[in-house]
Design a protein around this ligand. Structure first.
Ligand code: ADP
Length: 255
């Protein structure tokens, strides 16, 4: 008997986006992502990586988000349009590059509880999830602390705990390893490896991409320039050089 085809988690249909100042950041992006895939989005600064990620959660209003017929992004078949954003955001956990964009409560516990409370969950369930998520990011004793007094790595893990506490079906992570020391980076890798849902990770950390992801997109000039198995894409010296990237040492011939 044939196995059921994998479920599509993300579909982009000719996604284009222009900022209000006229800057075109994404041009005609089309692709499909299956349930459980972990995809690295790599490319030079200004390639459009953050802009692409923000579209997966409807964070950038655009004319295409006003009507279903014009929708360019679908999450588990739900069009990312204004009227469907609460549903989309329940499915997509978004981790911003800068933890200070995500943390605003006086204590870690309140910050992690914010998302689940917004989902309308009962207090007991919220507390359960907060404790579970803080344990998952190895910060079980930090609930009463003020996030502003934590290290960058710890603040990033608090943000991730807040995302995990909402139990999303997919994670979208913008430069998750930036400013992390090797130990915090390794801990993050383990947390993300244990998350079973789809993950889209914009990163300059190509070794992290190799350790975590099966597939990579090279984005440059707002277009997907390459899409394939991560080792194959990142080992192509001509393509990597063309898009301002370098083949990681471990993929270099003779390394
Ligand atoms: P990346 O994440 O790959 O560095 P971005 O998605 O941040 O790239 O940016 C893509 C392009 O859009 C760049 O040319 C950038 O200058 C431009 N851009 C980003 N944010 C804005 C904004 N708020 N207003 C105008 N242009 C922007």
């Amino acid at each position: 008997m044939n196995a059921a085809p994998p479920m599509r988690t993300i579909e982009l249909r000719k996604l284009s986006f222009r900022y209000p100042n006229g800057r075109v950041a994404l041009e005609n992006l089309s692709c499909c992502v299956d349930q459980g895939e972990r995809i690295a989005v790599v490319g030079p600064s200004g390639a459009g990586k953050s802009t692409l990620l923000m579209h997966l959660n409807g964070l950038l209003p655009s004319p295409a988000m006003t009507q279903e017929a014009q929708a360019q992004v679908f999450i588990e078949s739900i069009p990312v349009i204004k009227g469907r954003l609460p549903e989309v955001r329940r499915k997509v956990g978004f981790l911003f590059q800068d933890p200070d964009d995500q943390l605003f409560c006086p204590t870690v516990r309140e910050d992690v509880a914010f998302g689940p409370l917004n989902l309308g969950l009962a207090q007991a369930e919220v507390m359960l999830r907060v404790n579970r998520s803080l344990a998952a990011v190895s910060l079980p004793e930090h609930g009463a602390r003020n996030p502003s007094q934590l290290s960058t790595g710890e603040r990033k893990r608090v943000c991730l705990a807040g995302v995990l506490a909402c139990e999303p079906s997919m994670l979208v992570l913008d430069e998750p390893t930036s400013n992390l020391d090797p130990r915090a980076r390794r801990q993050l890798l383990e947390i993300l490896r244990s998350f079973k849902g789809t993950q889209i990770i914009a990163t300059h950390d190509l070794d992290f991409a190799l350790d975590l992801c099966q597939r990579a997109f090279v984005l440059d000039g707002g277009k997907i320039q390459a899409d394939g198995p991560v080792e194959q894409v990142l080992a192509n010296p001509v393509q990597m050089d063309r898009h301002g990237l370098e083949v990681p040492w471990r993929l270099r011939r003779g390394a």
